[in-house]
Write a protein that binds this ligand. Structure first.
Ligand code: ACO
Length: 334
């Protein structure tokens, strides 16, 4: 019998501090009107002093485990997608594993804003190959730590957060089709040039712009509006479905204008394209599981619904997963 991976738990966490567009107006030469018109974002969450990606991840993971109704000790693999780890090493997944009292293998995946879909792919592969039975997949980022808050082109876009799912092996298909892509020729379009082995941060370079997120916004926009529809269609074809079968498209939450363009290109009604970018901003690898948890906890997905989770980001990278939702609405469980 073929072994499949199914999502049995979902959880997420947003840090408490809210940074509004009005707050940003006091920091850089921008306006609420510009930010809302160009991006749809009204506010985003920012990590507190002393709070890092692992802390956000642990909160999201605890909620996903509680939702799945299993103990941390029942997990046999942790895969964490992030591009803002607590440290270069150890992996943030190991910090999370220790904080949750687990002993299983744990590692990070870096695919920037596609990080959750890449981590999900690893978790699904481990289950389908019989190497794992229950996998905790986390997407988490604290990219505001890597933003230059004097650069209006980037500081209005990003926020922090974490989301997680628990995958379980079974005979019933949950994740039906999953595709990934990478194109390193676009590496220069979106990057943090310094802080790695190519350009270590040295004391005299502390104020250097190269240690912050740098982006060619127009080119990334053009890439996103091609990559999201293409990846969605590829994953749908891999699972024998079409756009009409989707109850929800759950895209990476980067910019409302990107989502509007994607809707037109895929011919899918906006009522079926999830967006809460107005209140989260771009939370990078956290964005898709945060969106999924919002859909789930607000009772907007039902058992049997077909959903597509679609990410894109630095690398360049992209990925899509078509999932048959098998959990009842939270209210139906009580
Ligand atoms: N407030 C006011 N004005 C601004 C701001 C701001 N925050 N930022 C830029 N501007 C100005 C520019 O300086 C420019 O002025 P000029 O015409 O005098 O030169 C003008 O606004 C237009 O700038 P554009 O960059 O052309 O604006 P655009 O409409 O393309 O929007 C944006 C920029 C929002 C960044 C858009 O290109 C975008 O969303 N790109 C995709 C970004 C994205 O999704 N990134 C995440 C990828 S995922 C990952 O892996 C991290």
């Amino acid at each position: 019998m073929t072994t499949h991976a199914r999502i049995i738990g979902v959880g997420s966490y947003l840090p408490e501090r809210i940074l509004t567009n009005t707050d940003l107006e006091a920091m850089v030469d921008t306006s609420d009107e510009w930010i809302v018109t160009r991006t749809g974002i009204r506010e985003r969450r920012v990590v507190a002093e002393g709070e890092a990606t692992s802390h956000l991840s642990v909160r999201a993971a605890e909620r996903a485990l509680a939702d799945a109704g299993i103990a941390a000790s029942e997990i046999d693999l942790v895969v964490l997608g992030t591009s803002s780890p607590d440290m270069i090493f150890p992996a943030t997944a190991c910090l999370v594993q220790e904080k949750l009292g687990m002993t299983c293998p744990a590692y990070d995946v870096n695919a920037a804003c596609s990080g959750f879909v890449f981590a999900l792919h690893a978790g699904v592969a481990a289950i389908e190959s019989g190497r794992a039975t229950r996998v905790l997949v986390i997407g988490a980022d604290a990219l505001t730590r890597h933003i230059d808050f004097t650069d209006r082109a980037t500081c209005v876009l990003f926020g922090d957060g974490a989301g997680a799912v628990v995958l379980e092996a079974g005979g019933e298909p949950g994740v039906l089709g999953i595709v990934l892509g990478s194109d390193g020729s676009g590496a220069g379009l979106l990057r943090i040039p310094a802080g790695g082995s190519a350009r270590p941060v040295v004391p005299e370079g502390v104020g250097d712009a190269s240690r912050y997120v740098q982006m060619n916004g127009n080119e990334v926009f053009r890439f996103a509006v091609k990559a999201i529809p293409a990846a969605t269609l590829e994953a749908l074809a891999a699972s024998g479905h079409t756009v009409d079968d989707l109850a929800w498209l759950v895209p990476h939450q980067a910019n409302q204008r990107i989502l509007n363009t994607v809707e037109q290109r895929l011919g899918i009604p906006s009522e079926r394209v999830f967006s809460h970018v107005a209140t989260t901003g771009n939370t990078s690898a956290a964005s898709i599981p945060l969106a999924l948890d919002d859909l789930y906890t607000s009772g907007r997905i039902a058992s049997g619904d077909l959903i597509a989770l679609v990410g894109f980001g630095a690398g360049l990278t992209w990925g899509a997963a078509v999932v048959r939702w098998t959990k009842p609405r939270p209210t139906e469980e009580n």
